[in-house]
Design a protein around this ligand. Sequence first.
Ligand code: HEM
Length: 180
Amino acid sequence: MHGVIFAQLKKYADTKVGGDAWNHMRTAAGLGSRAYFSVQKYPDEELGALVAAASKLTGKPVTALLEDFGEFLVPELVRMYRSIIPAEWTALDLIEQTESRIHRVVRMNDAAASPPELRVRRLSPTSVLLDYRSPRRLCAVAKGIARGVGAHYNERLIIEERRCMHTGAPACEIVISRAA
Ligand code: HEM
């Protein structure tokens, strides 16, 4: 997983959990004083261990934390790639075009990045079907990012996961609709 994601997880722990959460999480995850740099990649397992530690610390379920963290990531992701996000896009445009216009560029520009392959299909002018498959199985992060994209565009999105890898499906199917 990319260092940017870990750097944001630290920021999330500092601002949303507060106190000495990040140090507690690193210690509980057996990572000592591990530092994360935005130009490198780190083992995926470390993210899992840190979020599990945050869950113990806060009493919040891991999936809820991952979703909240996904939402938290959006301002930074948008800031990093602002130059390739057309001004006229809506929230659903961004979600629909992430694979072909954003994740693709991320992979080309940054050898340390391996964002998931997203397959997205417009179901109607106000809804898209997101087919998420990644060995990281972070559909909760995908749902949180979708919510954060809605917040970024000041649009209310309804996010519903119809099938999930965690319950045996080959991919997660997430329907994202713009509320009327
Ligand atoms: C401005 C738009 C976006 C940018 C710049 C962006 C960029 C990135 C980057 C740099 C990563 C880290 C990859 C790695 O660890 O190697 C990532 C991961 C991820 N992205 Fe995106 N992304 C964007 C939008 C989205 C959207 C709209 C979704 C889905 C709704 C999404 C779903 C994910 C997920 C779930 C991951 C976690 C890694 C995984 O599941 O394999 N991203 N993205």
